[in-house]
Ligand binder design. Structure first.
Ligand code: NAP
Length: 307
């Protein structure tokens, strides 16, 4: 089955909410999608269609542009349009939570879902960002996340929160979140302490607080969007990294971000966000189909995108 040219298109929410005929008529029919606003940039169809082809599944994964106002009805219509599930991206991850029939405990703690699975007409919500990050860290540095003292820059944002909760669930020996907005960071730290009984230290991104905390961190993760745009500064002031640090940037822009450059200059081991994208996607595939995803096929599809 060759790559259908239609997968590069963006469909509208009304294509779903008007019964989904347009998706049934496609060859092969679309039964999975990423819902977002914007969504045209999403690399998910490439990775997921490669997985569908490798698994011999006669269906495809498309992009659907869904605004916040269109989200409730779009989710409701997934089942009647015969969809197996969906991925959710900006800005729907938090809002979608309340439209699920069932939410996994992890997604509930993370306060967001990035994956919907339709089973017997019911919507099941999951979050694969946290577990995807965990797999990416293990793969990149050959050390399990649970053994690392972690400092999360932007730890109270959407991805940051999923990562912070994942660190707490796994029992990382030390968790520090550095968030621009201190109140958000403090609130998340209190929430995690109450729900998971794990201590979380909340600081800001100020030079003084970061330099005091970074010496007791093994792994520094960027979960801010800094690095997505060319010329973006690093979220970390100069001179704080050493060769003993591990640095993971969730940004997957393709080029070297300012943070990754700092890490390289300091002699620290570092990796960019493509592996998190890959592993969170592989977990989505196994939630939809109940078996291990073709990880290497998906990796190759993403690698082709980066070339
Ligand atoms: P978000 O919910 O908007 O959160 C953004 C976070 O970054 C917040 O903590 C925010 O702080 C902080 N922030 C924003 N601009 C900042 C600035 N100029 N200086 C310092 N802090 C700033 O965004 P998100 O959806 O979590 O996405 C964050 C990043 O994660 C993006 O780069 C995205 O590509 C990446 N991501 C990667 C993957 C992957 O698979 N690799 C998956 C998901 C997300 P305040 O709370 O103070 O506003």
């Amino acid at each position: 089955m060759s790559q259908d040219p239609e997968v590069s298109e963006v469909y509208a929410a009304k294509d779903l909410t008007s019964g989904g005929k347009v998706f049934s008529k496609m060859s092969p029919p679309a039964r999975l999608a990423v819902l977002g606003d914007p969504v045209a940039h999403s690399a998910s169809p490439l990775m997921h269609n490669a997985a569908l082809q490798a698994g011999g599944r006669k269906l495809q994964y498309v992009r659907i542009h869904v605004t916040p106002e269109e989200l409730p009805e779009s989710l409701k219509q997934l089942s009647s349009a015969d969809f197996i599930g969906a991925s959710l991206t900006i800005p729907h991850k938090q809002a979608a939570l309340s439209f699920m029939d069932h939410v996994s405990r992890e997604a509930d703690l993370m306060g967001a879902i990035n994956t919907v699975a339709v089973r017997d007409g019911k919507l099941h919500g999951y979050n694969t960002d946290g577990p995807g990050l965990s797999s990416a860290i293990h793969e990149s540095f050959d050390i399990p996340l649970k053994e690392l003292r972690v400092l999360i820059l932007g730890g109270a944002g959407g991805a940051g929160r999923a990562i912070t909760v994942q660190c707490a669930i796994e029992g990382c020996p030390r968790i520090t979140i550095a968030n621009r907005n201190r109140k958000k960071g403090d609130a998340l730290a209190r929430e995690i302490e109450a729900s998971i009984r794990q201590q979380v230290t909340s600081i800001t991104l100020s030079q003084a607080e970061l330099s005091a905390s970074i010496t007791s961190a093994d792994l520094i993760i960027n979960a801010t969007p800094l690095g997505m745009k060319e010329g973006d500064p690093s979220p970390l002031p100069e001179g704080l990294l050493t060769k003993n640090h591990l640095v993971y940037d969730t940004v997957y822009s393709g080029g070297e971000t300012a943070l990754l450059k700092q890490a390289r200059m300091a002699g620290a081991r570092c990796a960019g966000g493509f592996s998190m994208l890959l592993h969170q996607g592989a977990l989505q595939n196994s939630l939809w189909f109940g078996e291990a995803a073709p990880l290497e096929t998906m990796r190759k599809a993403l690698a082709d995108l980066r070339r």
